[in-house]
Design a protein. Structure first.
Length: 186
């Protein structure tokens, strides 16, 4: 049985879901960001217990098709930006359309309607947080970060970074952790 979970955006969330499933004696086949597959079919009582347990962790079980699609969009973006070691070289609109088998205009309109921000703004917010993380780790210089994050130039990265944070990447590097936001809060 496949179930969809809102706000499941990190490995910590995945572990919380695994823990909740174990508490209820449920056996999972897969626990991915935004969705799980379990071996059992849930009766109303177990479903309610799982729902309450997930709410205690800040997560939410959902059946709404639009909400599920929104969560899939978020999961794809988060996977690409935060969990991929490969440089970002894809056109997000084409990639999302292909992965979700929907017209991008439909996805973008629905996302904006439900989330109150555009997919583009959501992507930029996550890219900026990932850039902050990469700057903080000090493993890559700004040129390498720009390449890794799919920016056409350091100037483009710097301009977008300053527009969102109010700081240049080099100034941010000086103050490091001060402006970090957790993925869950975006």
């Amino acid at each position: 049985m496949k179930l969809y979970i809102k706000y499941m955006v990190s490995n910590r969330c995945k572990q919380a879901v695994r823990d909740e499933l174990k508490k209820l004696g449920l056996h999972f086949i897969v626990v991915n960001l935004g969705e799980i597959e379990i071996m059992e079919t849930l009766n109303l009582e177990k479903r309610e217990l799982l729902k309450r347990g997930l709410l205690d962790c800040g997560l939410e079980l959902t059946d709404d098709k639009k909400t599920i699609l929104i969560e899939k969009i978020k999961t794809i973006i988060i996977q690409m930006i935060h969990h991929s070691e490969e440089p970002i070289k894809v056109n997000f609109s084409s990639y999302l359309s292909e992965k979700l088998d929907h017209n991008y205009t439909y996805l973008a309109n629905m996302f904006s309607e439900i989330q109150g921000i555009t997919i583009e703004h959501y992507i930029i917010s996550h890219k900026i947080e990932r850039i902050k993380e990469l700057i903080t780790y000090n493993d890559l210089n700004i040129t390498e970060i720009a390449w890794k994050m799919g920016y056409s130039s350091v100037a483009h990265l710097s301009s977008q970074f300053k527009k969102i944070t109010g700081l240049s990447p080099s100034h941010f590097k000086q103050i490091k952790e001060k402006k970090r936001i957790s993925i869950e809060e975006l």
